[in-house]
Design a protein around this ligand. Structure first.
Ligand SMILES: Cc1ncc(COP(=O)(O)O)c(C=O)c1O
Length: 429
């Protein structure tokens, strides 16, 4: 193959991937699709530029328009989260966490966390950002029935360990963290409370999940591409006014020069548009996400699936987790993919090894963005039943999934400035 053919073959793979996702039901809980206006930002000239520093204080020239975009983006973020300070530079949720660890803790400092087996993200693990910063990790006990931290146990750990940071937030995040109780204990021992809202950022902004900054969190980090349906990226929010806190400067420095150089200006511009769209549509979007998740969970439960959190209404977020049989998570995820449903295997409370889990995690945020409501959730549950319980031929189910998806291809809860909502796709066809 010539280099040109190589390039064309990569382009063709991207086209095929677009086609595959266009026909599928994407249900990975950490993903979403971009609005047409956000897509435009990704192919704008901002893509190739640098703007180290902060608006008005740059190391490079040529930032006149970007300074305005970033300033406006920060204002929109503060408005969206009703808080005093927003840093929208982190290039991902993990990078936002790294910046906070860099800013607020020193190597060898103690931090309290949930462990990854109970649903925490690898950023707080020994092998992730916390380990990279050399932090000493102490874990909270977990209430496996309710899928939240055990408040009494966590409070005890915080009082005994006296950490510098008490971290909260989960990747498997069905129910709000009982934050007020544990934050009080953390503040008593002088710890800062950090809440990682990666998954639920759009639900928080839409008023459908807990409000961490009002419940005791000093800092909130998150990803801008999950339930908050912007570009891949991260952000850091706090309610402590900049002028009141010395550590605000540390937070700023944690991001730059701490963990970023160029911070992907096209993503920052797309974030700003996503914030404006979420201010306009986020309340409706977040409410429909939670209603859809609850409906899908109860439809699955009624069909005999072992949905977690049954005693607590299954979920208060965009996520659902259900058991598929001991160590059968990988098998189930593969069968679903063959039928055109993209989901991931996930550990459930009895599991010991992340590679051999017994559950499936779902998120309905993307289906909701494509306009699906409660009646469609019933149809989706039937697809799961056909694949995993009736063991129907996956290709036959896939034909019906593709037909079903044909009616749900336009992106909702965003602005449509005229033109084709799949503009980015058509650019590479
Ligand atoms: C709780 C939590 N924090 C952080 C992250 C990392 O986010 P990102 O993929 O934006 O780095 C994730 C990813 O899903 C997550 O679940």
């Amino acid at each position: 193959m010539t280099w040109e053919q190589e390039a064309h073959s990569i382009r063709e793979m991207a086209r095929k991937n677009n086609e595959m996702y266009g026909d599928a039901l994407p249900m990975i809980a950490s993903e979403n699709i971009l609005s047409p206006m956000c897509q435009e930002m990704l192919i704008s000239d901002f893509h190739g530029r640098y703007a180290e520093g902060t608006p008005g204080q740059r190391y490079y020239q040529g930032c006149r328009w970007f300074d305005k975009v970033e300033t406006r983006g920060m204002e929109l973020a503060r408005r969206l989260f009703d808080c005093a300070y927003a840093d929208i530079r982190p290039t991902s949720g993990t990078v936002a966490n790294m910046a906070v660890f860099k800013a607020l803790a020193q190597p060898g400092d103690k931090v309290t966390v949930l462990d990854t087996a109970s649903g925490a993200h690898i950023s707080y693990g020994k092998w992730g950002a916390a380990g990279l910063r050399g932090l000493e990790l102490h874990t909270y006990p977990f209430d496996q029935e309710h899928m939240v931290i055990d408040v009494d146990g966590a409070t005890k750990v915080i009082r005994e360990v006296e950490p510098v940071l008490a971290l909260f937030g989960q990747s498997v995040f069905l129910f709000p963290t009982p934050l007020e109780e544990v934050a009080e204990a953390a503040h008593e021992v002088g710890a800062k409370v950090v809440y990682d809202a990666a998954h639920v950022l759009g639900l928080i902004a839409g008023g459908q999940f807990q409000q961490p900054l009002k419940e005791g969190a000093d800092v909130m980090t998150g990803s801008t591409h999950k339930t908050l349906p912007g570009p891949q990226g991260g952000m850091i929010l706090t309610d402590t006014p900049r002028e009141d806190a010395k550590w605000m400067k540390q937070l700023d420095w944690g991001v730059f020069p701490g963990v970023t150089s160029s911070y992907h200006l096209h993503h920052v511009a797309a974030k700003a548009i996503a914030f404006a769209e979420h201010l306009a549509f986020g309340r409706d979007y977040a409410a429909q996400i939670v209603a859809n998740a609850q409906r899908l969970a109860s439809e699955l439960h009624d069909r005999g699936f072992g949905v977690l959190g049954a005693d607590y209404g299954f979920t208060r977020s965009h996520q659902i987790v259900f058991r598929v049989g001991e160590k059968k998570g990988a098998w189930a995820a593969e069968q679903l993919e063959k039928a055109g449903i993209i989901a991931n295997m996930n550990m459930v409370p009895e599991d010991e090894h992340p590679l051999y889990p017994s559950g499936i995690r779902l998120g309905v945020q993307e289906l909701t963005r494509l306009g699906m409501k409660e009646p469609e959730m019933e149809e989706v549950a039937v697809f799961f039943q056909r694949v995993l319980q009736n063991r129907e031929d996956a290709a036959a189910v896939r034909r019906d999934v593709v037909a079903f998806k044909k009616n749900h291809r336009s992106i909702q809860y965003c602005f449509h400035p005229g033109g084709d909502p799949y503009r980015f796709i058509s650019l590479i066809q």
